[in-house]
Write a protein that binds this ligand. Structure first.
Ligand SMILES: Cc1cc2nc3c(=O)[nH]c(=O)nc-3n(C[C@H](O)[C@H](O)[C@H](O)COP(=O)(O)OP(=O)(O)OC[C@H]3O[C@@H](n4cnc5c(N)ncnc54)[C@H](O)[C@@H]3O)c2cc1C
Length: 595
């Protein structure tokens, strides 16, 4: 399934310009992609949602049946090659599946753990024998998988795990320890377990439930996702054959973190789908609910909320599909390898790890914003269980916690960019130096007001990227190797980078008028303008904070003057624009943009 899209390296969008026509957008989805989305929609609507109560009562036999059914529909094998029963589709298809799974949050977690955290590590790191032994069962859904990294004492600090793997004379290992919060813990047949060989070398293992000494703890009482199993995994003198070591001894971190990269990207997609579904609920309710003799949708305050929900969702959706396009085009350009070889996919996921973290953090925060406003639009009905709004709110909160907390991912975004720059994989240092010369040498003003639609916004996004470079470059110069200790500055840098990527992706999508109808184009332009307008304010604040923490006196004054010149964005009339967006949203009864 070939697509026309950017062929760039991960992170390079930050220092290069991109043509709107080259960016992959939801409007460019093929008929095949749309059919895949429809298959997921039908499965969720007809087979999962009607059974939600049973799942919430922990009917794991039913959960297993639904996993089987997802397997029959080919949904468990989207990322696995045909040789192991998969369908080996492009990553855009994979994104479409996650996007459409969102309405079934609990089963979405079961599904995500199976596909992203059990199938992927074996496909990416398994030997031919391991792939042959486990992938067909996982892909058909006969076997349920889980991923056991966290422990009570080591969540974010995953490498601090205490679980041990004692090497035996015959090459096998004996595992002891307790893993916490394992999704699918109560129903899985197979676990990807992380433990330290000889108390030192962090490593991954494929552990079957049938191995003597494996047991699960009780179900956790959670805030949400009640229809998904979460338990401890207890390992008591579990003998694991040498053949079940996954990857190499001491290289467990490669398995753990690369798998999470992809999981994060797809979690971002599930969050975006969830936001679109909630906009539909909010728009429908706001149209039907009357107060003071009129639908609440007619009030400006509600219009603001609907438009803001749409705008933030539009930006994250745009950056997600753009990233999927980047990954696919990178894969297409890589030297051909047999489809059973996971190394090319592994390299692609490493390449776009920064974008995956952006997708996870932005997606989970946009979703929480949207779900909070969805409750507010529902008023008292938002707080009671007769309406789905409160359930979505509880279900979504964990998205900011698992797959690496948002704090950890925020640190990773600038951290990984700097590492790539230092290794020479990204010409970020040269770009930052050039910018600094411009700033110190005279006016670096990008004149931001323009006449044609999105002219100003296009220049503004170029300026946002320069601000990101200015903050990153100054941070590298100021702190050197101690930069990792400066979390507040790194977090500000991450916020700027995320807003820059979201803004640019939204603007480029809105500009690509060839790929969709003109009416949608006008509304996308409005939406991109509002998002960029607000992003400029957020970026300025974050950059001021960071620069004031790193510089002082004349240097700070010069930098702040340059910042002001870069971000000289003429405010747009967001009231008018938001009213138009809200009107279209209520008229359409939901998220107004469709691929
Ligand atoms: C429903 C659910 C399902 C889960 N499923 C799985 C699963 O299938 N497999 C699995 O292995 N795990 C799973 N987890 C565990 C999850 O990945 C961890 O909870 C998560 O990684 C955070 O770890 P923690 O809870 O120990 O929090 P901590 O690491 O203790 O973090 C607490 C707070 O401190 C912050 N913090 C920690 N370290 C730093 C730092 N260096 N700098 C700045 N801030 C920091 C965090 O961001 C957070 O805000 C699941 C959790 C839940 C709730």
């Amino acid at each position: 399934m070939s697509v026309t899209t950017e062929t760039k390296r991960g992170g390079s969008w930050l220092i290069e310009t991109t043509d709107a026509a080259d960016v992959f957008t939801p409007e460019k989805l093929s008929d095949e992609h749309r059919l895949i989305g429809q298959t997921v929609d039908e499965f969720v609507t007809n087979e999962v949602l009607p059974k939600l109560d049973q799942l919430e009562q922990k009917d794991w036999d039913l959960a297993r049946k639904l996993v089987r059914r997802a397997g029959e529909l080919g949904l468990l094998g989207v990322d696995a090659p045909e040789a192991y029963g998969g369908v080996g589709l492009d990553k855009i298809s994979s994104l479409v599946v996650s996007d459409h799974f969102s309405r079934a949050a609990s089963f979405g977690a079961t599904y995500g753990a199976q596909v992203n955290l059990a199938v992927m590590p074996i496909f990416l790191f398994g030997t031919a024998e391991q792939k042959q032994a486990y992938l067909p069962g996982l892909v058909s859904g006969e076997m349920v998988g889980a991923y056991a990294l966290s422990e009570a004492g080591s969540g974010s600090d995953a490498l601090g795990a205490k679980a041990s793997a004692a090497r035996q004379a015959d090459g096998s290992f004996v595992l002891n320890g307790e893993k916490m919060w394992i999704t699918n813990g109560g129903l899985a047949d197979l676990f990807i377990v992380f433990a330290k060989v000889d108390g030192e070398h962090f490593s991954a293992f494929i552990v079957e439930r049938a191995f003597p000494g494996v047991s699960s703890g009780k179900e956790e009482h959670k805030m949400g996702l009640h229809g998904s199993s979460t338990t401890a995994l207890i390992l008591q003198d579990v003998k694991v054959p040498a053949a079940n070591l996954l990857g190499e001894v001491g290289k467990g971190h490669k398995v753990a973190f690369n798998v999470l990269n992809f999981g994060r990207f797809k979690l971002g997609a599930m969050c975006t789908g969830g936001a679109k579904d909630a906009i539909k609920e909010a728009a429908t309710y706001a149209t039907q609910r009357r107060q003071f003799g009129q639908p609440i949708a007619d009030f400006g305050a509600i219009k603001y909320k609907l438009a803001e929900m749409v705008g933030r969702t539009f930006a994250i959706e745009s950056l997600l599909y753009r990233t999927a396009g980047l990954i696919d085009s990178w894969l297409e350009q890589s030297p051909p390898k047999p489809p059973t070889d996971g190394s090319t996919v592994l390299a692609a996921l490493e390449e776009f790890a920064v974008e995956a973290s952006i997708a996870k953090v932005s997606g989970s925060e946009v979703l929480d914003y949207v779900l909070d406003e969805n409750i507010q639009i529902h008023g008292g009905n938002g707080f009671v269980r007769d309406y789905p709004a409160e359930g979505h709110y509880r279900d979504s909160r964990v998205n900011r916690i698992f797959e690496g907390t948002n704090e950890i991912n925020r640190l990773l975004i600038p951290g990984m960019l700097v590492r790539r720059a230092v290794k020479g994989e990204l010409a970020l240092i040269a770009a930052a130096r050039q910018l600094q010369d411009e700033i110190l040498g005279g006016p670096a003003a990008a004149e931001l007001s323009g006449d044609t639609p999105l002219d100003q916004e296009l220049r503004a996004t170029a300026a946002f990227k320069k601000v990101a470079l200015m903050v990153l470059g100054t941070a590298m110069q100021t702190y050197g190797e101690r930069l990792t200790d400066e979390q507040e500055v790194l977090t500000s840098a991450a916020d700027i980078i995320m807003d820059a990527y979201g803004s640019e992706s939204a603007v480029l999508r809105a500009l690509d008028t060839d790929s969709r109808k003109l009416a949608a184009a006008a509304l996308q332009i409005d939406t991109a303008r509002v998002f960029v307008n607000d992003a400029a304010g957020r970026i300025e604040l974050a950059a001021r904070d960071a620069l004031a923490a790193m510089t002082e006196g004349d240097t700070l004054r010069t930098m702040l003057a340059a910042l002001r010149r870069l971000l000289r964005v003429t405010p747009v009339n967001t009231v008018v624009l938001r009213r138009r967006i809200a009107a279209d949203t209520t008229a359409k009864g939901g998220y107004p943009f469709a691929g």
